[in-house]
Ligand binder design. Structure first.
Ligand code: PLP
Length: 408
């Protein structure tokens, strides 16, 4: 038998959502009469916008005609989409990145998971705790996280985000090479303030670190003072890459399209001390391992950045925002501590009576047939919390909340 990569052999248990799915499946098998409502995994419920559907149809027809058929596209993505993203997401905010610094992909999960592989085994990674599990697991798979014991890797710098520090990570005592920041945050649903992000950019610049800024939930930001892109901070284009996704922005969880900004100014160093441009290295990596997001999907994505497309996607976002508001109001009226939900589709709920995350998850599933996500699955600081998503239909959100109330 072949030897398994030792880093994979060290991986902790099953991926969080697989364990959630396993318990839900078991519950359904034991209680076939229950109609389970999921406010667990962050998958959308609203269909694609009409402008997106129309663009898809048109692009499919193009593929049927020899004159307009497209085969392999550019690995970095079509210029029409990169230009549309630039004109919509970055240029209006005075950000001076260029279209060729944007890379189109099939998802922020793969981008965020793959990006670390350009770096060496000694690279030190800082993660907020709780955290989107992909950041931690992808570094563990690369074998640079040390040993795993008591739910912690010995070589990761953990940055606790708790109610006490307002879910804003403090600067680390040990210098990391990478700092993963997710804002609006999954799972806590909270934001890092403008001054907080400025502090991180300053730190990265002073310490030669790179910030991996995950803005997958940017469309949910309502706070006028909040930053939408890390590049609104001067100098961030020398130290930060930014991940965006159309999954939650425009319901592309099934269609798959995301984008990553790798500015040309970011540099890394080779073992013999030579400086390299990270943008060129990422292009090299993508050209080798990836043949690009499908043409028809990129045309569909382009429609998101048109006037009608934007109006239509914001209708779905408004539904999710209203769900989040409904949940926040209900939880707070029950005297519970609930965070997030204002600039994000996630609510981070402190469990009642100090219950542990998985105990509360099991109770809610058993007694109410409602699925949430146990906070501890996102990291040790998530113990005693559960995450609810606002992505269900308004009817199901209401029904889940009624069941929740009855259980309490
Ligand atoms: N980043 C964060 C913080 C997420 O929560 C998710 C999805 O849940 C992703 C990235 C992945 O997005 P995509 O569907 O584009 O792979």
């Amino acid at each position: 038998m072949p030897n398994l990569n030792p880093a994979y052999a060290k991986l902790a248990g099953s991926y969080l959502f697989s364990e959630v799915a396993r318990r839900v499946k078991k519950h359904k098998a034991e209680h076939p009469e229950d109609e389970v409502i999921s406010l667990g995994i962050g998958d959308v419920s609203q269909p694609l916008a009409p402008a997106v559907i129309e663009a898809l149809h048109t692009a499919v027809d193009e593929m049927a005609d020899p004159a307009t058929f497209r085969g392999y596209g550019p690995e970095q993505g079509y210029a029409f989409l990169r230009e549309a993203i630039l004109a919509h997401d970055f240029a209006p905010r005075g950000i001076s990145i260029t279209a060729d610094e944007i890379f189109i992909s099939d998802g922020a999960k793969s981008d965020v998971g793959n990006f670390q592989e350009m770096f060496g085994p000694d690279t030190v990674v800082a993660l907020t705790d709780p955290v989107y599990p992909v950041y931690e697991d992808s570094n563990a798979m690369a074998g640079r996280t040390g040993d795993y014991a008591d739910r912690r890797w010995s070589n990761i710098v953990y940055l606790p985000c708790t109610a006490e520090n307002g879910f804003e990570p403090a600067l680390p005592s040990r210098r990391p090479d990478f700092i993963y920041l997710c804002c609006p945050n999954n799972p806590t649903g909270t934001m890092i303030s403008r001054s907080g992000l400025e502090k991180w950019v300053e730190y990265a610049r002073a310490n030669g670190s790179i910030i991996l800024f995950d803005a997958a939930y940017e469309v949910f930001i309502r706070d006028d003072a909040a930053l939408h892109s890390i590049y609104e901070i001067p100098g961030a284009d020398e130290v930060a890459v930014e991940f965006r996704s159309l999954s939650k922005t425009a319901g592309f969880t099934g269609l798959r399209c995301a984008y990553l900004v790798v500015p040309r100014k970011i540099r890394a160093v080779t073992p013999d001390g030579a400086e390299l441009n990270l943008h060129d290295m990422w292009l090299r990596r993508q050209s080798t391992k990836y043949n690009g997001c499908p043409y028809i999907v990129q045309r569909a994505a382009e429609a998101v950045f048109t006037e009608p497309g934007r109006t239509q996607i914001m209708k779905a976002v408004a539904i999710y925002r209203a769900n989040a508001a409904m949940m926040l109001e209900e939880f707070r009226s029950l005297g519970l501590q609930a965070f997030g939900g204002e600039n994000s589709p996630y609510i981070w709920l402190k469990t009642p009576d100090g219950m542990k995350s998985w105990d509360f998850f099991d109770r809610l599933l058993e007694k109410g047939a409602v699925v949430c996500t146990p906070g501890v699955g996102f990291g040790l600081s998530g113990e005693g919390y559960v995450r609810f998503t606002a992505f269900a239909s308004p009817e199901n959100t209401r029904r889940a909340l009624d069941r929740f109330k009855n259980i309490l």
